[in-house]
Design a protein. Sequence first.
Length: 231
Amino acid sequence: MNRLCIIPARGGSKRIPRKNIREFAGKPIIAFSIEAALNCELFDEVMISTDDDEIAQIAESYGASVPFRRNRKAANDTATLLDVIEDVLLNYKNKGQQPKEICCLLATAPFVTIEMLRKAYKLFQIEKYDSVFPIVKFDNPIQRSLKFEGKKLQMNWPNNIHLRSQDLEDCYYDSGLFYWLNQQPLIKKKLWTDNSSAIVLNSLVTQDIDTESDWKLAELKYNYLKNEQRI
């Protein structure tokens, strides 16, 4: 096996119960990730890492594989993506399989597209990076951000008070959609290393989904993009 797609989807989500299989735009939200992964034709296998029978059944109905269940340690509230990936790779190793390249694709990523996955993989492969993932530019310069000191406002970086926004360096945040990885990030227990890069996405095609408000905003964005025929 050369390339493996791992879609983590545990059953015990707290802030939005059953989040990974909740209906989004007419189908379980996990289906968007599965379909993008299968249709991009990059992977030898698209697998779901889950501890939940219902999630496994739905994932398999959309064409993903569920070759084993996630162990308890990797399914608790404190488990990280790296914990999940390590659990998956250990199970494959025990079966005599060791994928060379891995894509960890989030289950709640309805905006992910075939083009995103292919563009990131091309960069990952050609430039031989340890990892590549999508990032988004902050709309406002964080160098001029504020904080409370008691009840009074202070700048985080006071030296920037007289600088214009256009004179400040662009800053980005992790979109949380997917991560292309080779073995180096896993060895270093990080999702990215000093030899990592990224593709840049517009904030319109990303959305953290941690609360009910996030969910509603994601649906608004998705419906807008669909109406504009951009997804």
